[in-house]
Design a protein around this ligand. Structure first.
Ligand code: IPT
Length: 955
């Protein structure tokens, strides 16, 4: 005898997509038919298993007075019931498809509602729509079961008109965290059960609109658009601006302006059936493959994209419209032109925003079975016919919902699901249903089912080979264009190497760009840590901060990676040599001319702008260049370091950015920097009290340690090679590249010893000879500090001579010291933000000021950050430092060791000392937390080096 009521919850482990739901159809945000949002506060009861409670709660009259409340849309685990779990690709339950654990958190939800007075349930029908529920739901209205469904990020509609009452309706929804569907939803993100998208009741008047398909193509030769709206329920289509008034199903061709992501021209129309009027926003464009390239309206496009997961640090994947708009505006302001909706269809309103503001979209099905990689893909659902109906259901719900968006140009079958017949079936279905778009799936290495060759994290060399068509592959693949659907892993500090990728993309037609991984850090707002990540909720299995790999922080503050990306992909290129008096301006848009932009110049002397004006640039068409004359130099040559800065800015307010918003810029030196002049005068004076004085400085006579410069106390100045390893330094285990973070620790670069060999006062200088080396190893750095003075200033020259067998590059090479009170910082050099050798495109030379606190980049897992590049001089804490040559400048209120040990922002407590690093070199950043490591040209090899700083007390 079995006590487990297998039948009652059998649907949970059933591979089918569900039962009772209506066929999928187009989603539209508004119509003149009545609708009632059921969002809000719902009654909620959490049970530990799928069958712990019977279904009596669904019956009218059930007393849920003792239940908790949750907000819908929302995830119960983010509302105090249970906890989120983060795994990258491992299933957090035994892999035994389609079975799920007995421990299956199950949330019963109740919503009571009345119909508005003017809503007569007897007139026409009513549909109940769920836009997203994770992962499996069973639904009752007024005690009658209406069905159950899986497919978390997909809409499901049920006909409920016959069950509705004018008042006192009871909607009951039982949501199971785990179901057979969970096997198809193994995306790298938090597992977050709940009703996390809108729940809406839609009146369906007699003769109301059902499904419809807007076909709006553009003939780039003739400049005409052809519109045909196929509608299940016949009606008329009007577009007043175009004088269009046609029957559904009837094509009409009219002159139009095309829709592109750069020029998102939409025409307002109406689909009117007998019973309903649905507003349409129509964008005319034609997507296709021609000459082996993805072309829109006859022109190839270059994707400058990001992968976007839905995320909000408090509400998880339940996003409101303003949060979605914030993402779109931020993307547009950072020159991003494309989004891959990794790895599921987003909230449908997001696509309306993409249509409106202009973003190319790869719309991806809600499908990933990545965890099967652990068993060499054995039993992978996508290669098992029993699962194919569920896969086809997912494809249909995606395509039918989103087919009317001009922004959607490519359908993606899913992510990281291996290969199999189910995927082929999806591709065939999509191709048959919508021939007007392309099909993508990265796992299809031979492109049997797809129209684009796509890869993730391929290194620069391989991408270049693909660009040159030297990559081989099947005959079909060789004829297809290439995109990197993921690259530039933005975890922590980085990604490095973006500019190098962009140069390659721009050099070969076949390469049509890529999508940085990923848009936002999925940090969970948390009292303990500021932001929590994997493991912070006591998960048995987790992948730590691998979920924090975005270009924006959880609060949507841009990280330096986004600022870098904006510069790397800017749509206007300025080239020239400042001395020549001209600048070459290239329009790198794919469609738009430059008429939306104004151009400005400014002229800097010593980093300070002394004159500025506007620059006349012709309204170049996409792809065109022109040589533009700069004005007469405002200041005669020979007046120190001078440079031009030119900018392209928005000429007028747009929907996404204000007039004056900087879109692109370039800098061109006219006359270069001269080394700081310095003539050594006085020599060191050894006094009886155990100190040595040299100009403004005092040293310890025994150790040679610097104590002060004038009134400024200096502690611990010595050579430093260590940095708190970044996520990219630490690297991902599955990459074959050498992981330097681990090697650096193995070789003890974080615990270098400093042996004092000599303190040598001489006529012109104080020389301190040392050897810097780690315990246990034979390699080291002979390090000589040579101090001199010109009477008022102090100069330090550091000479470094490696000895022994150095097999790893250095994390950094420079000096570190502590200062007492320092807050405000001024510098002349690269800024305003952080930069490293392979993340320095956005670093502009100028005079900057900030504070020590503001110079920190608050990566969720603390790590090396905050360096400013090319610094000529910097001032802080009463000290001025001039570099010879320029240096990397970093200042922080904790030591590198404290930074290295911290796991969360909350672990860092400012001390009294500000630690300053002046670096001659920094190792690059790379993208090895998932992608390739640091390119050879950005590695900091141990080799003989000499660099100087001139210090003065400006207190
Ligand atoms: C790739 C996944 O597609 C993506 O979802 C994410 O996990 C990313 O990596 C890393 O953050 S898969 C990778 C292991 C090749």
């Amino acid at each position: 005898m079995s006590f487990r009521s297998a039948t009652a919850v059998g649907y949970v482990e059933d591979v089918s997509p569900g039962s009772g739901a209506l066929p999928p159809r187009a989603w539209y945000p508004t119509s003149d038919a009545a609708s009632l949002s059921l969002n809000g506060s719902w009654r909620f009861r959490l049970s530990p298993t799928a069958d712990a409670e019977d279904d009596t709660f669904a019956a009218p009259g059930y007393d849920a007075g003792g239940w908790a409340e949750v907000s819908v849309p929302g995830h119960w685990v983010l509302q105090g019931h249970g906890a989120p779990i983060y795994t990258n690709h491992l299933y957090p339950f035994p892999v035994d498809p389609p079975r799920v654990p007995t421990e299956n958190p199950t949330g019963d939800h109740l919503r009571f509602f009345d119909l508005p007075a003017d809503w007569d349930p007897a007139d026409g029908g009513t549909v109940l729509r769920f836009d997203g529920v994770e992962s499996c739901a069973r639904v009752w209205l007024n005690g009658t079961g209406i069905g159950e469904f899986k497919g978390s990020r997909l809409p499901h509609e049920f006909a409920v008109g016959h069950l509705l009452r004018p008042a006192g309706n009871v909607l009951a929804v039982r949501v199971h965290q785990w179901s057979a569907g969970s096997y198809l939803e193994d995306q790298d993100q938090w597992w977050l059960p709940g009703i996390f998208r809108d729940v809406t009741l839609l009146h369906r008047p007699a003769g109301g609109v059902r499904d419809f398909f807007v076909h709006a193509s553009y003939d780039h030769v003739g400049g005409a658009g052809t519109l045909r709206v196929d509608s299940e329920v016949p009606g008329r289509v009007t577009v007043p601006e175009l004088g269009v008034d046609v029957a559904t199903g009837e094509p009409v061709t009219v002159p139009v302006e095309a829709w592109t992501a750069e020029t998102p021209r939409l025409y307002d129309g109406v689909l009117a059936t007998e019973g309903e009027r649905v507003p349409l926003r129509i964008g005319f464009r034609t997507v296709g493959l021609a000459d082996g390239l993805i072309k829109v309206n006859g022109r190839p496009v270059l994707f400058k994209g990001v992968n976007r997961h839905e995320w909000h640090p408090r509400t998880g994947r339940a996003l409101d419209l303003e949060t979605m708009r914030a993402d779109v505006l931020l993307m547009k302001r950072h020159n991003i032109n494309a989004v891959r909706t990794s790895h599921y269809p987003p909230h449908p309103a997001f696509l309306d925003l993409c249509d409106e503001y202009g973003l190319w979209v790869i719309d991806e099905c809600d499908l990933e079975t990545h965890g099967f990689t652990e068993q060499a893909w054995r039993d992978n659902p996508v290669d098992d016919d029993r699962w194919t109906p569920a896969l086809l259901d997912r494809a249909a719900r995606t395509v039918e919902r989103d087919k009317n968006h001009p922004s959607v140009v490519i359908w993606s079958l899913g992510n990281e699901a291996g290969t199999g017949r189910g995927l082929t079936a999806m591709a065939e279905w999509i191709h048959g249903r919508d021939a007007s778009r392309l099909v993508h799936y990265e796992g299809d290495i031979d492109c049997r089912d797809t129209d684009v060759y796509s890869r993730m994290y391929a290194d620069h060399g391989e991408v270049e080979r693909i660009g040159r068509k030297l990559d081989g592959g099947t005959r079909r693949r060789r004829q297809l264009p290439f995109i990197l659907c993921e690259y530039g892993h933005a975890m922590g500090n980085g990604p490095g190497g973006l500019a190098d990728y962009q140069r390659i993309f721009e050099s070969y037609d076949r390469l049509q760009g890529g999508f940085v991984w990923e848009w936002i850090d999925h940090g969970v707002e948390d009292e303990r840590y500021g932001y929590a990540y994997g493991g912070d909720f006591g998960e048995e299995l987790h992948d730590g901060n691998f979920v924090c790999d975005g270009l924006v922080f959880p609060d949507r503050e841009p990280s330096p990676g986004l600022v870098e990306y904006k510069k790397v992909i800017e749509p206007v290129r300025f080239e020239g040599d400042g001395a020549g008096g001209t600048v070459r301006v290239t329009n790198r848009y794919d469609f738009a001319d430059l008429s939306a932009l104004d151009f400005e110049w400014s002229y800097q002397v010593g980093g300070e702008s002394v004159a500025s004006g506007s620059l006349a640039v012709p309204a170049l068409a996409a792809g065109e260049s022109a040589e533009v004359k700069l004005p007469e130099r405002p200041v005669a040559a020979g007046s120190g370091e001078t440079r031009w800065t030119v900018r392209a800015v928005l000429a007028a307010d747009t929907g996404w950015g204000p007039r004056g918003h900087v879109v692109a810029w370039g800098q061109f030196p006219v006359s270069g920097r001269q080394s700081p002049s310095f003539v050594a005068s006085a020599g060191p004076v050894v006094s009886g009290d155990g100190s040595i004085s040299l100009g403004p400085a005092v040293f310890d006579a025994r150790s040679g340690a610097l104590r002060s410069i004038g009134s400024v106390a200096v502690t611990g100045l010595r050579l430093d090679v260590w940095r708190a390893t970044t996520d990219n330094d630490d690297g991902a285990a599955w990459r074959s590249d050498i992981r330097y973070g681990a090697l650096w620790r193995k070789f003890g670069l974080h615990r270098m010893r400093h042996r004092l060999d000599a303190v040598e006062p001489s006529a012109g200088a104080l020389t301190v000879r040392t050897r810097v080396a780690p315990a246990a190893w034979e390699f080291g750095l002979g390090t000589v500090y040579r101090w001199s003075t010109d009477g008022s200033r102090l100069r330090l020259t550091v000479s470094v001579t490696p000895d022994g067998d150095w097999t790893v590059p250095l994390p950094r090479l420079g000096v570190r010291f502590g200062l007492a009170a320092a807050d405000r910082v001024r510098w002349f050099g690269g800024g305003p933000g952080e930069a490293y050798p392979d993340t320095r495109a956005a670093s502009a030379v100028g005079r900057w000021q900030s504070t020590v606190d503001e110079m920190q980049t608050p990566y969720l897992r603390p790590q090396e950050n905050g360096a400013r590049a090319d610094v000529r001089w910097a001032e802080l804490g009463g000290l001025r430092v001039e570099g010879d040559p320029e240096f990397w400048f970093t200042a922080r209120r904790w030591t590198t060791e404290e930074l290295d040990a911290a796991a969360h922002r909350s672990d860092l407590t400012p001390g009294d000392t500000v630690w300053v690093n002046l670096d001659h070199g920094q190792h690059g950043i790379g993208s090895q937390s998932c992608g390739p490591g640091v390119l050879p040209q950005y590695r900091l090899h141990a080799k003989p080096a000499e660099f100087s700083f001139v210090f003065s007390d400006i207190g």
